[in-house]
Design a protein around this ligand. Structure first.
Ligand code: C2E
Ligand code: MG
Ligand code: MG
Ligand code: MG
Length: 276
């Protein structure tokens, strides 16, 4: 018997649960090998400044090429990596690889790296960041870390101090998936975020949904007065992009501007001409 959300809290172990558990255990085993076997790769997705219409940065998005299952989504394997403790070494690999890549870019574009809340528990994150910058030669001002509010939900004091140590190096800190948590707003007072990224669930309903419009307007108004930059995620249509610009968003990210890709060559017209 296992605990479940059932009426009396208990139910009999069903074969499909067995399968789920099996799949998870297998994934954990496979993940352990994946790092040593070079099965991970970073994709990069551009962010566009809505004022200047120039690319400002790229977000690094992790991809896992499973030898049998093919491409596995980070939404599926990041939670397993977090539960099994593998997020430590995996997150370190992402940080190093992202900094090394950005240090070689032909433009001073920034790189944004997603950091799991659990990475705040391992080793010293500020030291890992410092080492990744030093080894790659990437200036701190060109690195941005994306965190979610759950980082401040637990160990708030300790994690705020870690964030402060990182920011003091000159690294920017962005709050990701803004608006999906319970206390997003209160955390804007607790820490001087450089950027907030409005979750794609709000952008999806633009430009017609009144609620989405007023929520985004409230976020941009508040961000304006706090001096925080606003990025909108998941921008897929020109109408959404126009609405976001009208609402005062500074930056946009989404399939309309560019899908995540293994390289940034498509955004380097000069390099392409030279190579041709
Ligand atoms: P996120 O950080 O919020 O990243 C944005 C996600 O939205 C990415 O999904 C991206 O591919 C997707 N996306 C971008 N533009 C559009 C669009 O126009 N429409 C739609 N429908 N989706 C769009 P992805 O790559 O599957 O990553 C999912 C999540 O996995 C990320 O959400 C992030 O939380 C996590 N993740 C990805 N890479 C890493 C990593 O290196 N470390 C950690 N800790 N988490 C990561
Ligand atoms: Mg992100
Ligand atoms: Mg997001
Ligand atoms: Mg997300």
């Amino acid at each position: 018997r296992v605990k479940s959300e059932g009426r009396n809290g208990w139910c009999f172990f069903r074969p499909e649960m067995d399968e789920q558990l099996q799949r998870r255990l297998e994934m954990e085993q496979d993940l352990k090998r994946a790092l040593a076997d070079n099965q991970f790769q970073l994709y990069f997705q551009p962010l566009l400044d809505l004022g200047s219409h120039e690319i400002t940065s790229f977000e690094a998005l992790l991809r896992w090429h499973h030898p049998v299952r093919g491409m596995v989504s980070p939404a599926e394997f990041i939670p397993v990596a977090e539960e099994s403790g593998l997020i430590g070494p995996l997150g370190e690999w992402v940080l190093k690889t992202a900094c090394n890549a950005a240090a070689n870019w032909p433009q001073p574009w920034r790189i944004a790296v997603n950091i799991s809340p659990l990475q705040f528990r391992h080793k010293s994150l500020p030291v890992l960041v410092k080492k990744a910058l030093k080894a790659s030669g990437l200036p701190a001002s060109r690195l941005e870390l994306e965190i979610t509010e759950s980082v401040l939900l637990e160990n708030e004091k300790q994690n705020l101090s870690i964030l402060t140590q990182i920011r003091e190096q000159g690294v920017r800190i962005a709050m990701d998936d803004f608006g999906t948590g319970y206390s997003s707003l209160s955390y804007l007072r607790a820490f001087p975020f450089d950027k907030i990224k409005i979750d794609q669930s709000f952008v999806r309903d633009l430009p017609h949904d009144r609620d989405a419009l007023s929520i985004i307007r409230a976020i941009t108004d508040m961000a304006q007065s706090l001096g925080v930059r606003i990025t909108a995620e998941g921008v897929e249509t020109p109408a959404q992009m126009d609405a976001l610009k009208d609402l005062g968003c500074h930056e946009a990210q989404g399939y309309l501007i560019g899908r995540p890709a293994p390289g940034i060559d498509a955004y380097c017209p000069v390099a392409k001409t030279v190579a041709a």
